[in-house]
Design a protein. Sequence first.
Lengths: 209, 269
Amino acid sequence: MVLMTLVPPGDTPPGGASVPTDTATRSTVEELPHLLKACGRGDEEAFSRLYDAVSSRLFGLVLRVVRDRAQAEEVTQDAFLDIWRHAARYDPDRGSALSWMLTIGHRKAVDRVRSAEAQSRRDTAYEAREQDTPYDMTAEDAHRNLDAQRVRKGLDTLTGTQRGALELAYFGGYTHREVAVMLDIPVGTAKTRIRDGLIRLRDTLGLER
Amino acid sequence: MNDDIHSLVGAYAVDAVDDAERARFEEHLATCAGCRTEVESLRGAAARLAATTDTAPPASLKASLLRDIRSVRPLPPVVEEQDELSADDAPRQDPAPAADPTAAPTAEVADLATRRQQKAPRRHPVARWVATAAAAAAVVVGGVVWQPWDNGASRPPVAASAQQQVLRASDARTYTDRSATVVRSASLKKAVVKVALPPPPAGKVYEVWLQHPDGHMVRAGLIPDVSRARDGVLLQGDAATATGAGITVEPAGGSDSPTTVPVALVTFS
């Protein structure tokens, strides 16, 4: 996985290139498990570097789900504290470090929107409109991100119905049952579309590095 | 039923399940290596989606996090099972290679309900408690691996509950035995237990106990909602003088003293 935008400005990768090379960003990603391990030993400097490497992605995801900036900041802060607290329990055999951290952030974001059920953002019509332009609403940096382009191409291989269900679930924070009602499909169909959409995305993009 | 639960794998991987479904699916995960592998790969795929939304957080967020982490002790790694009495006595395993997840003692999970009722006559009582706690640890390992965070802090950071006060107390100390984690504040005389448990058998409930220096177990409350127990359950009673905490399965409503072997036992030492 390439994280073009995740190398913070001013923290130039080895080699000094102002535009990170593919090699440099990959080494940042490869460093993540080591940074997590160091965090587990209480290494604050490692946490600082870890934060620089993944905060845009984690915050962007949380913001996409939560939508409200102030709440997204709270949820992100909370997620990073949990990452710090649980860093020693990350198991590289179970998936990439980035995926592990984003899973934590996503779950917290979803918990937040579900606890704020009354929010007007949970308006089905609004969500349906959102679906037409699923990107770039909050993605300030995403257009500079090579991986984003790859993911969009991957998303294009999904059927429209798979993509709709997956985006409502992942970015909307809705349960599969809610997705079924929103899309007027049986519950079993919603489950299947979410799963099949993820499988196709996984198979198209290949395994994460 | 089983087919039905398998099909939740995609929804589970993107958190598109409610609390009851999550608990049910995690129980299933403990015994289904196929679903575990699929969850991992689908979570990886879902995480890729986040590449389309990169947004830099405000600089103030990093500053406050760097301040916050100074007061948060990283949890120890999950160490492999061993025969010592307490995991706390074990030497810190530095870059501890986490136990092979597929080798998780799933049979023990499946057997947990039966084991609770069984005696282990070959062993003396302490060893039996520890062995049972180790079986419960399999459940916790599942919890740690699949939901490796606690949700306690996802509430708005206002009006700290008694539970949060314990967790944040300056003298809060953490005790763990692989099956459960207890955070105790001597100054507040309170303790919070964090534990991942499967739903109790029908008509049963988990009851929490504080152990006193004479070995006596005193009621410290029930765990009404196991799905929340991972976030922490505040124990009733004076935890400052207690020497340990345990969890047993009791008939609905609870008992006045433990009637079954603890599924978790944590010593405050």
